[in-house]
Design a protein around this ligand. Structure first.
Ligand code: PLP
Length: 366
């Protein structure tokens, strides 16, 4: 990946919109990445819109598709545990006269597909349901939801945020039956600040950024050539490693869950008792003091974990996605988030378990 990115950072300064050979070289690099991303998602290359990351892709999907469909209705439905980059732009559309509904989970955190579909109306213009949760790894039945929405709401744009799922689950836009998919480079070891909204077909999307008409006039602005070059490569590598990555991550998460079962008061959250979750994310209810106390103790021993999600870090509030599982605000603050990648090792999980075992004794009296 480094080799793909480097020329655009140190020597090749051509603007991909320029007609001279330097520009053509940059355009060719972007188009190569476009093919790589499209191939991994079963999409057409010309339907890949590069953005500054998953956040922008989600904002573009939500705001751009709803505004383009206004003549068909004002109802919007978003999933119960969406990332703020889906939920917040949807809620912002209330000011523009849209009627926005946020789906609910069952009291045990289970996603009820019938209840979700019962909220879809004939005049629903947008449904957005994430493929996998960034906070606890739950996998949502996007394909079944998309099929159900199509039967009820003929004009709905169906979007899924697959930022966490990419590289860990199959993400095929045709099999999912959705209109758009958001992805982000840094979740597959690509460069931060690059992502894409991938469309299933030529659909009306109102741009958020107007200007020179790049990216099919959906997202103007000179492209981040180095970022996009690295993104394409990272997506291809993640796609090639998908089957082994998936098995590896599941076994790491299972090992963590089995180890925690031996520690009093700690457990991996399994919303709705879900059997199949993303192996890359484990939300661990630690009990006792707020999880942040554990985070610092773990860090002192070289183990880096998160509290809630990185995206929530700028907002001093309990995570709505954790509250949606039926946790109290106090419990939501007792949740540590372990993330594994294809490079994570069994020995690292064992080391974390050893530290947690020791901390459980030390900290439970605080
Ligand atoms: N959606 C989900 C599910 C995420 O986990 C994240 C980031 O972690 C995003 C969207 C935002 O992506 P980005 O950080 O590329 O803006």
């Amino acid at each position: 990946m480094r080799e793909r990115m480097l020329p655009w950072l140190v020597a090749d300064w051509g603007n991909p919109s320029s007609r001279h050979s330097f520009g053509v070289k940059a355009r060719t690099a972007i188009d190569h990445s476009r093919e790589q991303v499209a191939h991994a998602l079963g999409a057409k290359a010309e339907r890949v819109v590069f953005t500054s990351g998953g956040t922008e892709a989600n904002n573009l999907a939500v705001l751009g598709s709803a505004r383009a469909r206004r003549q068909h209705g004002v109802h919007i439905l978003v999933g119960p545990a969406e990332h703020p980059s889906v939920r917040d732009p949807a809620l912002a559309l209330i000011d523009e006269g849209f009627d926005v509904e946020v789906g609910q989970l069952g009291s045990d955190g289970a996603f009820d597909i019938d209840a979700f579909l019962a909220s879809v109306r004939e005049d629903t213009v947008l449904v957005s349901l994430m493929l996998a949760s960034n906070e606890h790894g739950s996998i949502y039945p996007v394909a079944r939801v998309a099929a159900g929405v199509r039967r009820i709401a003929p004009h709905a744009h169906i979007h899924t945020d697959a930022v966490q799922a990419l590289g860990k689950l199959e993400v095929d836009i045709v099999e999912l039956g959705v209109d758009s998919v958001s992805i982000s480079a840094h979740k597959v070891h690509g460069p931060k600040g690059t992502g894409a909204l991938v469309l299933a077909s030529e659909l009306p999307i109102r741009p958020l950024v107007f200007g020179g008409g790049q990216e099919g006039a959906v997202r103007s602005g000179t492209e981040n050539v180095a970022g996009i070059a690295g993104f394409g490569e990272a997506v291809q590598l993640a796609d090639e490693a998908l089957v082994t990555t998936r098995a590896h991550l599941s076994s790491l998460k299972q090992r963590l869950a089995d180890g925690l079962a031996e520690i009093d008061g700690m457990r991996v959250l399994t919303p709705g008792g879900s059997k199949e979750t993303l192996g890359s994310i484990a939300a661990v209810l630690v009990g006792g003091p707020p999880a942040e106390v554990y985070l610092h103790h773990l860090e002192e021993r070289g183990i880096l974990v998160s509290v809630g999600s990185a995206c929530q870090a700028h907002k001093n509030e309990a995570s709505p996605a954790l509250l949606a599982l039926g946790l109290s605000a106090e419990e939501a603050r007792q949740v540590l988030r372990f993330s594994f990648s294809r490079e994570s090792q069994v020995s690292e999980v064992d080391a974390a378990l050893e530290v947690l075992q020791a901390l459980a004794g030390e900290l439970s009296t605080l």
